[in-house]
Design a protein around this ligand. Structure first.
Ligand code: UGA
Length: 434
């Protein structure tokens, strides 16, 4: 099959490389000539484990290529995926569909035969209808089907999520859409990955419902963590105790500083907007968004309290800035609210992150960046683990204690045992544990 992927961002690049690896012929199109030049030289603009090798292999084998010219790439395509960004629109939380509709217009202008146009971008219910309308308006002769195929991959585990998905959701309105999408995913179908066909609007909503549900699960356990602290219980044991019930499931029950990233914050807001446009209450999702926003700032208060209630003139060392490990992504990372609140309280912030520093520099000011964990801790008044990178899981605490000005450790990801750290002489604070 010939596949065109419009947008070589996170989703487009991972999906394009994986489709090529299945044996399809894939052209990734991006408006940014700098990005295209970089990809042609074999350099990958994002940090995602395994992606550079996968791209290199498929480029070498002639199945994957990059271009900034959409028109010529479309000739003979069986499926054209739209995988451009849908950021939150400033002010109202609605998904901004400018890039999606621009892509639809450009595709319409270049169409030269029958094909299926598929949205992989996360788009509100009804966007597929609008794409269909835009294309038919520009090209009444167009012989197209419009499908929805939301992506469920997680940053940091994107390739394995793509190749071994829990499910593939495809929304179609006609037989051709169904036939072409079955062919696109045939390599996974043979692996017995469940391929769920639904209507297009349902498929669009499934994406938002999935992310809102996961955000709710995290927020629920975070509130249970607060309750555990108040009543002297242990949130990790509560999570295990409820998670073993198959109806609940044990995943996404790790208490922490609140969810961040490029998806949950934006998609929960967009779902709220869609619901309000249709006058349907989604009060649970609204509560989740509010609780998560408050939580990020509350984490800074927790650090300040661990330092005796005052951080004026003190240096706070933070380990991990990205919204989660194995990514360089800083979008809506809890660290942003934490750093700003610490600075507002008069602290000097020093930080170390294995991959996120370049992105962090774009959003944070007046942060001192250390070249490693121990340099970060040296002379600080407290050390705080914000993101659970693997390399923070077996720290040399004797060395850290010797260099810290005060042995204060705040572990916002619960990666250590309280009794062990206290036995080492630390004043240790974590989340939802006695
Ligand atoms: C999320 C979804 O997990 C993917 O299925 C989806 O495809 C993607 O959004 C998207 O819509 O594109 P991602 O944002 O990469 O993926 O990251 P997650 O691993 O889901 O983590 C999101 C946030 O929740 C992180 O800040 C993480 O630290 C936090 N989290 C996650 C917790 O605090 N506790 C948990 O138990 C799990």
């Amino acid at each position: 099959m010939k596949i065109v992927m419009v947008g070589a961002g996170y989703v487009g690049l991972v999906s394009g490389a994986c489709f090529a690896d299945f044996g399809h012929s894939v052209v990734c199109v991006d408006k940014d000539p700098g990005r295209v030049a970089m990809l042609r030289e074999g350099r990958i603009p994002i940090f995602e484990p395994g992606l550079a090798d996968l791209v290199a292999k498929n480029v070498r084998d002639g199945r994957l290529s990059f271009t900034d010219a959409l028109g010529p790439s479309i000739a003979g395509a069986d499926a054209i995926f739209i995988a451009v960004g849908t950021p939150s629109r400033r002010g109202d939380g609605h998904a901004d569909l400018t890039y999606v509709f621009d892509a639809a217009r450009e595709i319409a202008a270049a169409l030269d035969g029958p094909c299926v146009i598929v949205t992989k971008s996360t788009v509100p219910v009804g966007t597929g209808d609008e794409i269909e309308r835009i294309i038919h308006e520009a090209r009444p002769d167009a012989d197209i089907s419009v499908a929805s195929n939301p992506e469920f991959l997680r940053e940091g585990a994107a390739i394995s999520d793509f190749k071994r998905p829990d499910r593939i959701v495809v929304g179609v309105e006609d037989e051709r859409g169904r036939a072409v999408m079955s062919e696109v995913y045939r390599p996974l179908y043979l692996n017995q990955a469940p391929l769920l066909f639904t209507g297009r609007r349902t498929s669009e909503l499934i994406k938002y419902a999935a992310n809102a549900f996961l955000a709710t699960k995290i927020t629920f356990i975070n509130e249970m963590a607060d309750l555990c602290e108040a009543v002297g219980a242990n949130v990790q044991e509560v999570a295990r105790g409820i998670g073993l019930d198959n109806r609940i499931g044990s995943k996404f029950l790790h208490a922490g500083p609140g969810y961040g990233g490029s998806c949950f914050p934006k998609d929960t807001l967009a779902l709220i907007r869609t619901a309000s446009d249709h006058d349907v209450p989604v009060s649970i999702v609204e509560s989740v968004v509010n609780a998560n926003d408050k939580r990020k700032r509350a984490m800074a208060r927790r650090i300040i309290a661990a330092c005796g209630g005052d951080v004026r003139g003190k240096t706070i060392a933070l380990l991990g800035l990205t919204f989660k490990p194995n990514t360089d992504d800083m979008r809506d990372a809890p660290s942003i609210a934490i750093v700003r609140a610490l600075q507002d309280a008069g602290a000097q912030v020093r930080a170390y992150d294995p991959e996120g520093v370049e992105q962090a520099k774009l959003v944070l000011e007046n942060v001192e960046y250390a070249p490693g964990v121990y340099e970060c801790a040296a002379g600080a008044d407290a050390l705080c683990i914000v993101t659970e990178w693997d390399m923070f899981r077996s720290l040399d605490f004797a060395r850290i204690k010797a260099t810290l000005r005060a042995p204060v450790l705040v572990d916002l990801r619960n990666i250590y045992r309280p009794e062990e750290l206290r036995a080492l002489g630390f004043s240790y604070v974590s989340v939802g544990r006695p």
